[in-house]
Design a protein around this ligand. Structure first.
Ligand code: SF4
Ligand code: SF4
Length: 178
């Protein structure tokens, strides 16, 4: 295991390219990302601060920072950064590393529960079923939530990739382990 920046480049680079991840080192702390962050207006998320922590290899601090999980991935910061820092993708990759190290936020783990139970992070509920029916659609869309066999295929993928272990999922309870 290297520094956080090295791990980011290695882990995220495999998906997005190393140059993409290396843009973190171009951050000059101007704060334009934080200034335009919709989440940061109502939460403790400070994008600029996260990047400073990452550059300074404050691994434990950043992995345990609740605000790491407050980003909605809207990509405003990504568009605004004058230095071409691939902000949102870097935040998402820091989250991946934090999750691998056992620090995924509980709300994100709970979205994973929905995914494992229905195949959807946001499953169709009774309100959506009524709306669908009111406009002439079947109450359920033709997805994993409707078709058990396809859901089982999806669940198999989650088991084989270790996603169930990543969120600490209990297959007997069909919920998080407590
Ligand atoms: S806008 Fe870009 S350069 Fe400025 S603080 Fe944010 S990431 Fe760094
Ligand atoms: S992508 Fe995340 S950090 Fe960037 S502006 Fe949107 S909510 Fe804020």
């Amino acid at each position: 295991m290297g520094t956080l920046v090295e791990d980011l480049i290695e882990w995220g680079g495999g998906v997005l390219g190393e140059e993409h991840m290396e843009t973190l080192m171009s951050c000059v702390q101007c704060g334009k990302c934080t200034g335009g962050c919709p989440s940061g207006r109502i939460t403790a998320l400070r994008t600029r601060k996260l990047f400073k922590m990452a550059q300074e290899n404050m691994v434990e601090e950043i992995f345990n920072a609740p605000e790491l999980w407050y980003c909605t991935t809207c990509y405003t910061c990504y568009e605004r950064c004058p230095k071409g820092v691939k902000c949102t993708d870097i935040i998402r990759t820091i989250r991946n590393l934090a999750a691998k190290a056992g620090h995924m936020s509980v709300p994100h783990r709970k979205i994973g529960v929905y995914a494992l139970k229905t195949g959807h992070g946001v499953p169709i509920g009774p309100d959506q079923m009524k709306i669908r029916e009111s406009i002439g659609l079947d109450e359920m869309a033709p997805t994993t939530q409707k078709y058990k066999e396809q859901l089982e295929q999806f669940q198999t993928i989650c088991k084989e990739t270790g996603f169930d272990a990543l969120i600490d999922f209990d297959w007997d309870k069909m919920n998080l382990k407590e």
